[in-house]
Write a protein that binds this ligand. Structure first.
Ligand code: ADP
Ligand code: MG
Length: 704
């Protein structure tokens, strides 16, 4: 980097310089970087490559197989805009061994003009089946004149977690600039791991590790790097896991150093309630409940995770916990991730609690002023109440008279940090409410220990009796008409059916549109069948009306987007069709399918897929056909994820990690735990710095 180019900055660049001091960072880029939590040069050093791509070789186009990622080079033969369902720019290239179509859905006029016939293009991307030839969609590419051929890269190219408006190429340049500053810095990065630890485990030092991961040397072990097992990566992963673990540990200690109200309920009332239920609790439910009751009776706040597969009956256990709080004279709150689920729980809980004079309140996003005032009035006067709602429950303006228990359902939808902010909102004066957190994510115990270092765990490991395994089949979309006939027959037998519209695009709008189209199409195809629709863009009241009609049997076929993915409980529904099943992850498929098979009638699930299937998609669908067991499905899911691939945070609520991979690096965990104890004992002053470095200052919980 020539100093002349950075002359607009006064003084030499250091690791503490703001990102704006780097070349190429104007206000727009600065904003994007800040959004990612990147404010200083040193932050960029800890913005880790998510993976690497191999651009050290060129592959013959003829050798490309769908599903593989590779770099190819060829001559542009034709560029044209195609107007179909979605406008796209197609560019056909060939290298003498075969032809490839490059497809762009987003493109500019000038981009189109540059992709001229006769130009050479070098692309890196994933090959997939296309209409005529193999395709690459939005590859990274370089253009050059026919007689040029720049050298290929000498070493692996890092790929950073991108954000809209920030190109990989600029992230790479920024990382390179930051590295050269590190190279020259007098006061480099502070080593926070104790020497003893580094020696004991022969870990490389921080500067070496950081340099290696951003800029692997040409002789780097490509496989190790791609798999994330190189000592440089392992060292950083170790440090990150340590920071995560320390942060959760500290949170737990901070929370539990505060008093909670012991909630001792009259057991007669609890027994009476249990007897009034239309079913008897399973052994697993009773065991979990006993553990919760034990915690509630203490003066330290409960921090308990209730794990149980979809349909295992977590709601009733939560209701019994709430009852204990209420019978002890205090209020409880029950938070869920979607309005649909809030409405449903409201209805269920009201059904159970009405008879014993407990008022159930519903808080969702859009409350009318009058409604809201009335709810707040009740919260401040009536202690015998349970508030159910989405995160709207924890708005500033809502105050409870005596909230002593907070229940969070489907915690994987909230993520660790959101949960923590709730804790903050739930506190009253010095007192912290007890917390019960529920999830269907069945992660192995060793992992749970680290991820939930701050939580005790109860597991519901059996389903209520009488459940029949769901019969699952995978059918190609070419046989869609047969599936529609099958719905016709099912409706004649008075069965109720879900049709789930999913799309790979994260766009909710497109997903809703598809659901509208599908419901119209199915209504035409199935005269005599009452078809309903529920999607995320409908008003809460419309959604609830559709759900109520489905629950009540007035609607036989409910076309839905993934809004029904979590928690929805309509026990009569017994057939589910899932579209684009090949594109969904195993855990999401399992969650969706968990909406059926909740009663004691036979249930069927049809996974509609678009052939041909990739190898992993085939294994996913096979797994779904072979088992209904959430733990088994989770195990397979973890196995199938490629090395370095992150566990989706949205899916599982696991913390977002920068370099560690909880599955790949699980073997580090015992050492991480040991290191945490050593640090806390011998170097307590380094703990905050470690947490700040990896989790960012946003995660200071000092106020808890
Ligand atoms: P999840 O654990 O997925 O949240 P729910 O709490 O929604 O499961 O329960 C699923 C269904 O099973 C509900 O209809 C519920 O009423 C019913 N249920 C819960 N416990 C039992 C039980 N012990 N016996 C029979 N049915 C039960
Ligand atoms: Mg549930």
């Amino acid at each position: 980097m020539s100093p002349a180019k950075t002359s607009h900055v006064t003084g030499p660049l250091t690791l503490d310089s703001p990102v704006t001091a780097l070349r190429g960072v104007g206000p727009r880029i600065q904003e994007k970087l800040n959004h990612l939590g990147l404010r200083h040069v040193s932050d960029l050093l800890f913005y880790m490559p998510r993976r690497y791509i191999d651009r050290t070789r060129l592959y013959p186009i003829g050798s490309l197989r769908p599903g593989t990622s590779a770099q190819v080079e060829g001559t542009i033969e034709l560029t044209q805009v195609k107007y179909g369902k979605r406008r796209s720019l197609l560019c056909r290239i060939s290298d003498g061994t075969g032809a490839l179509t490059v497809r762009f859905f987003h493109f500019s006029k000038s981009q189109q003009n540059r992709l001229q016939r006769g130009m050479r293009i070098r692309c890196f991307g994933q090959a997939r089946f296309g209409a005529q030839t193999i395709e690459m969609i939005h590859p990274e590419y370089q253009l050059f004149e026919a007689n040029e051929s720049p050298a290929v890269e000498e070493t692996l190219t890092p790929v950073y977690p991108a954000t809209e408006g920030l190109q990989q190429s600029s992230l790479r340049k920024l990382a390179a600039q930051s590295l050269s500053i590190l190279e020259r810095a007098e006061n480099g990065l502070t080593e926070l791991l104790p020497d003893a630890l580094l020696e004991e485990f022969t870990l490389p030092d921080l500067k070496t590790a950081i340099t290696y991961v951003h800029k692997p040397p040409p002789d780097a072990q490509i496989n190790e790097l791609i798999e994330g097992t190189h000592p440089a990566q392992q060292r950083l992963a170790f440090e990150e896991l340590l920071a995560q673990y320390l942060s959760l540990q500290r949170l737990r200690r901070a929370t539990q150093s505060r008093p909670a109200m012991p909630l001792q309920a009259n057991t007669d009332v609890v027994d009476q309630f249990t007897r009034s239920l239309p079913f008897t609790l399973t052994r697993a439910q009773r065991k979990a409940l006993a553990e919760i009751t034990g915690d509630l009776g203490k003066e330290i706040p409960m921090l308990r995770l209730l794990q149980g597969d979809v349909g295992s009956g977590k709601t009733v256990v939560a209701a019994l916990a709430a009852l204990q709080a209420i019978e002890a004279g205090y209020q409880a709150a029950f938070m869920v991730p979607t309005e649909l689920l809030a409405e449903q729980h409201y209805r269920t809980l009201q059904g159970w609690f009405d008879a014993i004079g407990v008022e159930v309140l519903l808080f969702t996003g859009k409350l009318g002023n009058r409604e809201r005032k009335q709810l707040l009035e009740t919260l401040s006067t009536n202690r015998r109440c349970l508030a159910v709602g989405t995160h709207a429950l924890f708005q500033e303006s809502i105050t409870f008279e005596a909230l002593r228990l907070v229940i969070i359902d489907e915690q994987h939808r909230f993520g660790v940090h959101q949960r923590l902010s709730l804790l903050e909102k739930g506190k009253q004066g010095d007192i912290i409410p007890h917390q019960l957190i529920m999830t269907a994510t069945p992660i192995p115990r060793t992992l749970a220990m680290t991820l939930y270092a701050d939580l005790d765990i109860s597991v519901i490991d059996e389903l209520p009796p009488g459940r029949q395994p769901i019969n699952t089949v995978a059918i190609p979309t070419t046989r869609r008409e047969e599936v529609i006939e099958r719905i016709q027959r099912a409706c004649k037998e008075h069965r109720q059916v879900y049709w789930v519209c999913t799309l790979i695009e994260e766009s909710e709008a497109l997903q809703c549109e598809a659901a509208v189209d599908t419901s119209e199409y199915l209504a035409r195809k199935l005269p005599g069948v009452k078809v309903g629709l529920v999607h995320g863009r409908m008003k809460a009241r419309e959604k609830e009306r559709a759900m109520a009609a489905f629950r009540g049997g007035e609607i036989q076929l409910l076309v839905a987007t993934t809004v029904i993915e979590v928690g929805v409980d309509v026990p009569h529904a017994s057939l589910m069709i899932i579209e684009n099943a090949e594109r969904l992850g195993l855990f999401q498929l399992h969650q969706l399918r968990g909406r059926i098979g909740r009663g004691d009638n036979r249930s069927d699930c049809v996974l509609l897929y678009l052939p041909p299937l990739s190898e992993t998609a085939r294994i996913r669908l096979d797994t779904m056909r072979n088992t209904n067991n959430g733990f088994e499905i989770a195990r397979k899911d973890l196995e199938l994820r490629g090395p370095g691939e992150m566990l989706g945070t949205r899916q599982t609520g696991l913390p977002e990690l920068r370099i560690a991979d909880l599955i790949r690096d699980a073997k580090l965990l015992p050492r991480v735990h040991a290191a945490a104890h050593m640090l806390l004992k011998e170097y307590p002053d380094r703990v905050q710095a470690l947490i700040d470095r990896w989790l960012g200052p946003a995660t200071r919980y000092s106020k808890v």
